[in-house]
Write a protein that binds this ligand. Structure first.
Ligand code: CP
Length: 303
């Protein structure tokens, strides 16, 4: 069974195919041919971009969409995640898109669920479709394998986007650096640490992250203003970036904290482009997952 729960589920060949397909869909948005496919979306943590771009992707492909609302589902009566997904499978969903607050929620499902699970974000763990849409956005401007310097800056420790992006960027040949408060830089990232001033002169791509307050055990020990001054992309730092460098952010953005308000839609910013690319990447991922099921049933590969 081909799930997409982490970037490790994809070979370089499959990543290339998905990104090429997404680029093609950006030009055509072709629906699949008259297939009566039902996709379930199960978002157990708030989301704007991922949730609605998956739904837009599903509708663009001509699929029927089942949005499971946690508050009115039997999860409120204690039904397990496994039983909920088995139910969705039995009532006809051919894939399930899941966002969950718990790291690696999918471990208890793999090997037991016979429809593809597409991970729309797990706790501090993974966000593979965000990484693919970020890669699509980068590839629209740069050749990643030619020594591209990407700085991921901010709350690295609590960010699933940082983890998945670093994995994908390194797999594709980019140089990944980290910046932000040292207490939020995991041990294995410390040897690639840059101050924000160093980051500005190094980055071809400056990938800013929100402070993930909802995943912090202790509160933040500095004001938003101090954070912006010490670790944010300020107007002054932006002036010192290389001429061709771009700014990215998975959003939502806390304007004026990690990124100056004026930079959110400046000429270097690709933040809204990332969101647009998200629809095409998610269309390509859904096609990839459904095609793998077809191959399995055609060639009899065991799930
Ligand atoms: N980038 C991202 O995952 O945004 P949402 O939380 O709004 O889906």
């Amino acid at each position: 069974m081909k799930h997409l729960v982490t970037i490790q589920d994809l070979s370089i060949h499959e990543i290339d195919d998905i990104l090429k397909e997404a680029q093609k869909l950006a030009l055509t948005s072709t629906p699949r041919e008259s297939e009566n496919i039902l996709i379930a979306n199960l978002f157990l943590e708030p989301s704007t971009r991922t949730r609605f771009s998956f739904e837009a992707a599903e509708r663009n492909l001509g699929f029927h969409v089942l949005n499971v609302d946690e508050a009115s589902s039997s999860m409120t009566k204690g039904e397990t995640l496994y039983d909920t997904i088995r139910t969705l499978e039995e009532i006809g969903a051919e894939a399930v898109v899941i966002r969950h607050h718990q790291d690696r929620y999918f471990d208890e499902l793999l090997g037991k669920i016979s429809i593809p699970i597409i991970n729309a974000g797990d706790g501090c763990g993974n966000h593979p479709t965000q990484s693919l849409l970020d890669m699509m956005t980068i590839q629209q401007e740069f050749i990643v394998t030619q020594g591209l310097n990407v700085v991921v800056a901010g709350d690295i420790r609590h960010s699933r986007v940082a983890a998945s992006n670093a994995e994908l960027l390194e797999k594709m040949g980019a140089n990944v650096y980290y910046s932000g408060p040292r207490e939020w830089i995991p041990e294995h990232c410390k040897k690639r640490y840059l101050t924000m001033d160093e980051a500005c002169s190094t980055a071809d791509v400056m990938m800013m992250l929100r402070i993930q307050h909802e995943r912090h055990v202790d509160g933040m020990n500095m004001s938003k203003e101090e954070y912006h001054r010490r670790f944010g992309l300020t107007l002054d730092r932006e002036c010192r970036m290389k001429r061709h460098s771009i700014i990215m952010h998975p959003a939502p953005v806390n304007r004026g904290v990690e990124l100056a308000d004026e930079l959110v839609e400046c000429s270097r910013s690709r933040i809204f482009k990332q969101m647009k690319n998200g629809v095409f990447v998610r269309m390509a991922v859904l096609n990839w997952a459904l095609d793998r099921i077809k191959e399995e049933s055609t060639y009899g590969i065991a799930a």
